[in-house]
Design a protein around this ligand. Structure first.
Ligand SMILES: Cc1cc2nc3c(=O)[nH]c(=O)nc-3n(C[C@H](O)[C@H](O)[C@H](O)COP(=O)(O)OP(=O)(O)OC[C@H]3O[C@@H](n4cnc5c(N)ncnc54)[C@H](O)[C@@H]3O)c2cc1C
Length: 487
């Protein structure tokens, strides 16, 4: 709690305050050919906005675990905004991430903690941003992170350029005009044009963050950019994919009716970025060093795999409960399938514990998780979660299709449904609810999007496993071999 002389005010927002912020300024979000200026005005976006409000309320319900005094003024802020300075800080942060993820069973990957963690580490390692004369950009990122923390902002990010021709550098695709790039500048701002491929959560965010996500060639400085701007910035447009938010009751679609966090392509039509919100401009070396030297990799995986642990626990719970309902959990091969999901869940938990146990203070004074177990998971998790979905299908069989709607249960066929949909472990209504929930997790359009997300949101598994090999410490393994190569 705050010490004497410090304010005990809370900077952390409530759900109501968060929702009020969504109507500030005029957003340009395009959904099915129509412009939406606030997600609260769209029936297809509204329910996820309300779920996000629950995320903000949650921190007040678990204030003892999720809030802590800001180092600047003692006001209570979400712990995911704080720069970790000890192993205990990492453990406390993980608990807050876990509570947030549990709210959606891990279905929402981009709740604000994702970028809170990222910018806390960027701010903690502002020395990396300051290299090669970028002291102003570094000071801007420190100031922005405080604003993000004290305003308890909801943010989205867009790192990748659109898929045009992946064999070519950005500057050589479509005359270099498609990828986000700088087209001009004046005393107060720089001017940007082009597109970024995806920004999840954009309709539900206050600000858009752009920072490095891949390497860049030395001659491509106009693409080497990092900055933050409000979603409601003139010229900034978001084009949504189809909404997967079902306009049905929570019985029929327990997840789709609540948790479609939405993915949007971002278009910059001569957007002005004020200089005080610019973190990097043209430094192609710095662009790569931000990825490798700020500790971003370990910190973001601490968030990502804590959420993945919760999502696998949810999958295990679903596998166990649907198998119990139809008593197939008596068969040993079904037990083995549910056991496989448990293995993945437990190995994920073990990796998080190992990363925290091996954590240390980095060169900039930020407490850093041992990234090795995370790097290993980064290659495997994009295969594990789709595999968990496959296992759930094998456990549930056709049961996923024997799922009449709430309207059917309450209609004239209700008594017959009660009789013919009952099962060994549950009455008809409970059995149907359970199978509908599991299908929404793995097979509905939201479930399918979730699987794609897990495969790609941290880049693809193939490149990540190759990265694991290239950054691996080979000294001990090589020494084991070497000893037998000498006479
Ligand atoms: C649901 C979802 C939400 C997302 N949300 C966000 C977000 O909020 N913010 C954000 O910044 N990004 C987001 N992403 C994008 C994500 O970062 C990318 O999907 C990821 O980096 C992979 O890039 P890509 O999709 O362009 O695929 P590509 O890079 O085009 O890859 C497609 C295929 O081609 C192969 N390939 C591509 N290039 C090469 C190469 N050079 N050598 C060999 N093989 C290659 C890949 O291995 C893969 O099999 C999201 C993605 C998804 C699916």
């Amino acid at each position: 709690m705050a010490t004497t002389g410090e304010s005990t005010d809370t900077a952390a927002r409530t759900g109501e305050q968060y929702l009020a912020g969504l109507s500030v300024g005029e957003r340009e979000i395009w959904l099915k050919g129509e412009k939406v200026t606030s997600p609260l005005d769209s029936p297809e976006l509204r329910s996820a906005a309300l779920s996000m409000a629950r995320v903000f309320d949650l921190q007040h319900e678990h204030a003892d675990e999720m809030l802590a005094p800001s180092p600047d003024d003692g006001r209570l802020v979400n712990v995911t905004h704080l720069i970790p300075r000890s192993r205990e800080d990492l453990e406390r942060r993980r608990r807050a991430i876990e509570l947030t993820a549990a709210l959606s069973g891990g279905m929402m990957g981009r709740t604000p903690d994702y970028l809170n963690v990222t910018f806390a580490c960027f701010s903690g390692r502002s020395d990396v941003w300051a290299r090669r004369g970028n002291e102003e950009g570094a000071a801007n990122i420190v100031a922005y992170q405080k604003l993000m923390r004290d305003g308890d902002l909801s943010t989205t990010h867009a790192l990748m350029n659109p898929q045009v021709d992946r064999t070519k550098p950005e500057a050589e695709q479509m005359m270099g005009e498609v990828s986000l790039h700088k087209v001009g500048e004046n005393d107060d701002s720089i001017i940007l044009r082009g597109a970024r491929m995806l920004a999840t959560l954009a309709p539900f965010a206050d600000d858009l963050l752009v920072y490095p996500g891949s390497d860049i060639r030395p001659q491509d400085g106009r693409y080497a950019l990092a900055f933050a701007i409000p979603i409601a910035t003139p010229g900034l447009r978001f084009i949504c994919r189809d909404s997967f938010s079902k306009q049905r009751n929570t019985f029929d679609y327990p997840l789709s009716s609540r948790f479609d966090e939405m993915d949007c392509v971002v278009i910059f039509d001569d957007v002005e970025v004020p200089r005080e919100r610019l973190f990097l401009d043209g430094d192609t070396v710095g662009y790569s060093e931000v990825i490798t030297d700020t500790g971003w990799r370990g910190h973001i995986m601490h968030q990502a795999f804590t959420r993945a642990y919760v999502k696998l626990a949810f999958a295990f719970g679903l596998g166990h409960m649907i198998a119990e309902v139809t008593a197939v959990n008596r068969f040993d091969h079904v037990q083995e399938k549910i056991g496989q999901i448990w293995n993945m869940m437990e190995l994920t938990r073990a990796a998080i514990v190992a990363a925290e146990a091996g954590s240390f203070e980095d060169a900039g004074g930020v407490w850093y998780p041992d990234e090795r177990p995370f790097v290993a998971l980064r290659g495997e998790m994009p295969k594990w979660i789709p595999r968990a979905n496959e296992l759930l299908q094998l456990i549930g069989g056709g049961g996923f299709m024997a799922t009449p709607s709430k309207a059917d249960i309450e209609g004239p066929l209700g008594p017959e449904i009660e009789k013919y949909f009952q099962s060994a472990g549950a009455d008809a209504t409970r059995r149907i609810r359970l199978f509908r929930l599991a299908w929404d997790y793995l097979g509905s359009d939201l479930g399918g999007r979730g699987e794609l997300y897990e495969r790609f949101y941290l880049s693809d598994s193939y490149r990540m496993t190759a990265l694991a090999y290239t950054i691996a410490d080979k000294a001990f393994p090589a020494s084991l071999v070497e000893q037998f190569l000498e006479d």
